[in-house]
Design a protein around this ligand. Structure first.
Ligand code: AMP
Length: 146
């Protein structure tokens, strides 16, 4: 059965555009709905979860900036309406799975860098998203721009 609802997870870097283009091709070929998600990682996570200060204002700024970046990133894809551009807050794997479940997605696309060495040992978001995913996951190989 063709895919009906495709979710693209993006970190909003320029190298992610081929990922969205691939998703658009797939969506066109199967007549599927397409949406994007970017997950904002809470500042407390970056600081190890234990920060003795109120981060709510910084978090709001983080959210506003991410919204602007997502709109700029998605402006290349006029067919993606604002309702098809999701921002979530939390741990990428958890949030991508939650949104895929909520939206009834049957395919998630993530970028894969084909890393080596330490980065490979530490794992990647693509690897993370694959585990326990509520639907199929396609990892699209990305190359860093020169
Ligand atoms: P990474 O392994 O973190 O370099 O990311 C690999 C892929 O995971 C990216 O190309 C995106 O498809 C996805 N990804 C990474 N970080 C995020 C994020 N914060 N929100 C949504 N997707 C992400």
């Amino acid at each position: 059965m063709p895919y009906q609802n495709i979710l693209v997870a993006t970190d909003m870097n320029d190298e992610c555009h081929p990922l969205v283009e691939r998703a658009q091709d797939l969506a066109r070929a199967s007549g599927a709905k397409l949406s994007l998600v970017h997950v904002i990682e809470p500042m407390a996570m970056a600081f190890g979860g234990d920060v003795p200060m109120d981060l709510s204002m910084l978090q709001q700024q983080q959210f506003d900036q991410a919204r602007e970046r997502l709109d700029a990133f998605a402006s290349r894809y006029p067919s993606l309406t604002p309702e098809q551009r999701h921002l979530a807050y939390g741990q990428p794997r958890q949030e991508i799975h939650r949104l895929a479940r909520e939206q009834g997605c049957d395919l998630i696309l993530v970028g894969s860098h084909g890393r080596h060495g330490l980065a490979l040992l530490l794992g990647s978001t693509a690897n993370d998203v694959l585990h326990g995913a509520p639907c199929d996951v396609l990892a699209v190989r990305l190359t860093r721009p020169e």
